[in-house]
Design a protein around this ligand. Structure first.
Ligand SMILES: *Cc1c(COP(=O)(O)O)cnc(C)c1O
Length: 501
């Protein structure tokens, strides 16, 4: 959720040009309903002279005519720029600490072969977390040494595949898995490159983080003492000890990932400190050298006008300062640092283009209306679009907030509190819970929802037998499909039919 910290001034319920009492506190009436709030959009998205939304000069009506709706529209230029800016910013900030940073794009946020190829092109590496994601990486021609494999429940087949592809790192999530990786590698007469995923007890939420000792979640090895049955040892230490005992394991180092959509650096800083202290203690106690340390991803982006993401350079400098001072305090040289941004690279590169269908206005009691005002209700407009929770599950899954703009034209109409909903058989099928749209939005208009590059297409489904939308990449004034949309034939393809005997 966004913007707990922002509160707008009280508004009158009577005047339709001011805010609705049904709107959340953080949502202000935009000064100009036709203007783009830049942090939410790819760098080459603009309103053109005709007042239509365009990306790199291509108007949304052209995209609609060529590819249909719903459609994911991704700026390849913007993707490459964001990938490069993370790599460049972290390389610069850490140059004197560990000679630069390895940036692993978190493929789970959005992955197809084209995107994997851009990632490699821009000098980044790729994080995967399943055999299927490894298959995409292989198809894109990514070298094994530039790949990582995550997951709390890797199958033997996935571990074997990782070894077949000579992966740079397998991020081991449990003691049980460590034993399995060691055994599989040993049976193959090979050595597996392993990082250990630790849970440092730091959980970041949008505007705060909480620190706890004991972890109650499925990921990682706890750093808290006595977290296993072996008295005095944490699961993390037990794993380090076990890893150093296996001839078939090369222990590269430690890993943590504290959460997602984080804006403030303090959670990252605390986790980095805890990990470095543990890293130093383990190196000394077990007389080992761990050459690498991964600090995960989770950097936040703007989904609504009140989200305020930090530039990559600012994050990089804050983290470098902590790594530098902690290493000095511990008297160690820093391991090679790596990070794993997903959302912060792909999220804002993409908007979803929908066509408006049915419109409906309901009258709602405002929250807090007293009995004396029993009969006072306020309008909320439901704007239905031709997709929904099947192409964006995040509002349903996480109560995520999004924004939207009328994309196919400009409008001089006044602002109306609207809720953009999908066409699925669920009342929770909401794309944008609260947004001001022009009062004259009508069937056939196109709406664009920005910030849908991460965890939207990736989480898409065929609920209600809707075909999953295609993804179009725009660069150099031309648009091409990088994933085609599904057809009705695709939908029926795996249905085995009725046996006719
Ligand atoms: C999801 C995930 C990431 C990426 O998170 P973002 O919020 O997209 O940056 C990185 N590392 C791990 C281990 C993850 O699970």
């Amino acid at each position: 959720m966004s913007a707990q910290e922002i509160s707008t001034q009280k508004v009158s319920a009577q005047d339709t040009n001011s805010g609705s009492p049904l709107a959340p506190e953080w949502l202000a009436v935009p000064a100009d309903l036709n203007a783009l709030h830049e942090p939410m959009w790819a760098q080459d998205v603009r309103k053109n002279d005709a007042g239509e939304l365009a990306i790199d000069g291509i108007a949304v009506s052209e995209l609609k005519a060529q590819f249909g709706t719903p459609l994911f529209v991704m700026s390849e230029t913007d993707f490459r720029a964001r990938a490069r800016s993370f790599k460049d910013a972290f390389d610069a900030a850490f140059a004197d600490i560990c000679g630069g940073v390895d940036v692993y794009y978190a493929g789970k946020s959005f992955l197809c072969t084209a995107v994997a190829a851009w990632v490699a092109d821009e000098g980044l590496r790729l994080d995967t977390c399943s055999g299927g994601e490894l298959a995409v990486a292989a198809r894109a021609g990514i070298k094994g040494e530039n790949l990582g494999l995550h997951g709390n429940n890797k199958s033997d087949a996935e571990i074997n595949r990782a070894l077949d592809m000579k992966l740079g790192r397998i991020v081991v999530d449990s003691l049980d898995e460590l034993d399995r990786v060691a055994k599989i590698a040993s049976d193959r007469g090979e050595i597996a490159n392993v990082m250990l995923r630790l849970t440092p007890g730091v959980h970041a939420h949008t505007h705060e983080f909480i620190a706890t000792a004991h972890e109650d979640q499925k990921f990682g090895l706890s750093m808290a003492g006595d977290s296993t049955e072996q008295a005095g040892l944490s699961a993390a230490e037990e794993a380090v000890a076990a890893a150093t005992g296996y001839a078939s394991i090369e222990l590269l180092g430690l890993h943590c990932h504290i959460g997602s959509q984080i804006f403030e650096p303090d959670g990252f800083e605390l986790a980095a400190q805890k990990l470095l202290r543990f890293h130093a203690a383990m190196q000394e106690k077990y007389s080992i050298v761990m050459p690498e340390l991964d600090l995960g991803g989770g950097y936040g982006i703007a989904y609504t006008p009140v989200d305020t993401p930090r530039p990559a350079a600012e994050i990089a400098q804050a983290m470098a300062a902590v790594v530098r001072s902690t290493c000095a305090e511990l008297g160690i040289t820093s391991p090679r640092i790596s990070i794993e941004p997903g959302r912060a690279i792909v999220g804002s590169t993409t908007f979803t283009l929908y066509e408006v269908g049915t419109l409906k206005t309901v009258r709602v009691d405002a929250p807090g209306d007293s009995e004396a005002e029993e009969n006072v209700t306020h309008p909320r407009r439901y704007v239905s679009v031709d997709g929904g929770m099947s192409d964006n599950a995040r509002p349903v899954l996480y109560d995520a907030d999004y924004s939207a703009i009328l994309a196919s034209r400009t409008s001089a109409a006044s602002a109306q509190l609207s809720r953009v909903v999908g066409k699925h058989c669920e009342s929770g099928d909401i794309v944008v819970r609260d947004v001001y749209l022009p009062e004259d939005v009508a069937a056939g208009d196109l709406l664009a929802v920005p910030g849908t590059g991460a965890y939207c297409w990736a989480l898409s489904s065929n609920y209600n037998y809707l075909a999953r939308p295609g993804v179009v990449a725009v660069r150099g004034g031309s648009a091409r499909l990088i994933v085609r949309g599904e057809t009705e034939e695709d939908l029926l393809n795996r249905d085995m039919g009725v046996p006719n005997d």
